[in-house]
Design a binder for this molecule. Sequence first.
Ligand SMILES: *Cc1c(COP(=O)(O)O)cnc(C)c1O
Length: 429
Amino acid sequence: MNNNNREWHIYTKCIQEGWKPKNGEPRVLPIVQSTTFKYESSETMGDLFDLKISGDFYTRLSNPTTNAVEAKIAALEGGIGALLTSSGQAASLMSVINIAQSGDHIISTAEIYGGTFNLFEKTIRQMGIDVTFISVDSDEKEIEAAFRPNTKLVFAETLSNPGLCVLDIELFAKVAHKHGVPLIVDNTFPTPINCRPIEFGADIVVHSTSKYLDGHATALGGVIVDSGNFDWAASGKFPGLTTPDETYHGLIYTESFGRVAYITKCRTHLMRDLGAAPSPTNAFYLSQGIDTLHLRMERHCYNAQRIAEFLENDGRIAWVNYPGLKSNKYYDLAKKYMPNGTSGVISFGIKGGRKAATRFMDSLKLAAVVTHVADLRTCVLHPASTTHRQLSDEQLEAVGITPDLIRFSVGIEHVDDIIADIDQALSNL
Ligand SMILES: *Cc1c(COP(=O)(O)O)cnc(C)c1O
């Protein structure tokens, strides 16, 4: 919001939100590379520890550089608070265990990032939290059927990595809310430029900021954004938020912090205990990335649309998956939730299967084979032999990844050069 009480366009927010210098302060977000902060009295320090007053005192919990970037991302997503983490994995984990513990159950769509799948399938189970995976294409009845009395949340990706399935956010939010639990979505691929899930009923949004938000492949990071819309007390299912926390002298999060109870507990409880905090310098890199997020996303989507159309019309290609193609199963859902484009990621298969896929990738000159995605440089990956290699063939099928699937992350180079590179690599088969 600017001082004319007129809400800024999201393009403006990318640049102007976050760090807002006062008289005589640096124009550019300063990197406060300090673990700790000085106070005049031990009484003040004690009050900070007891959460009686707010202020930075140790960078594991908060830091001026990090705080500014959290405010920027919260503004972009339309949330009331955010917490930066050291990686996307840390954000996903913390978003879940902030409200689920041993003996509880969660529901997740199966079409999620391989790292998140492992986290839920193995590590979360080892922590005593049971998981039911359902298809992102589930209808209301199928989502309903996964609920148990101890279910604490529903987790999904708005645009799945690498399957590019589009989530019906309103449907999943409706069913979750009917059962008194929140919908947590991973919005890494569309970014808030292309989709703002809170507007459609999502309660918590997480990101791997290592992808488009940073955009330059410089800093690993994650973020959790709280919409402030979920009523934890009314639900009655979240004692961690509504009963006294002895480590803070019996403080009750919902009573002391109201709408920001969830994100405050995430910081003061989980970040305090787990310590997956970002470095201030990485937060600064992230902020620099977000300054141009809107420009980059527009070009990623323009280039990806052109390349998807090129691939669809090429006889050497077996299939193309890009939600911006009219032939795509998710075209209508994408138009509804991501009207300006989905992302720069395309997946496709080449005639000749797994072997042809490897040969094609090795022949690319501009596009680099890297374990990364959503970067301003075009890059490419074969999930079945890399990010998802732990999965059995049945598991691969369940999460929508065929052995021939190539994940092509379209960068912001000139589209003609990317197409020429694909064309020459295909000629090499
Ligand atoms: C990369 C990714 C993650 C994990 O993030 P890291 O920053 O690599 O830990 C989570 N979700 C999605 C959708 C991702 O693409």
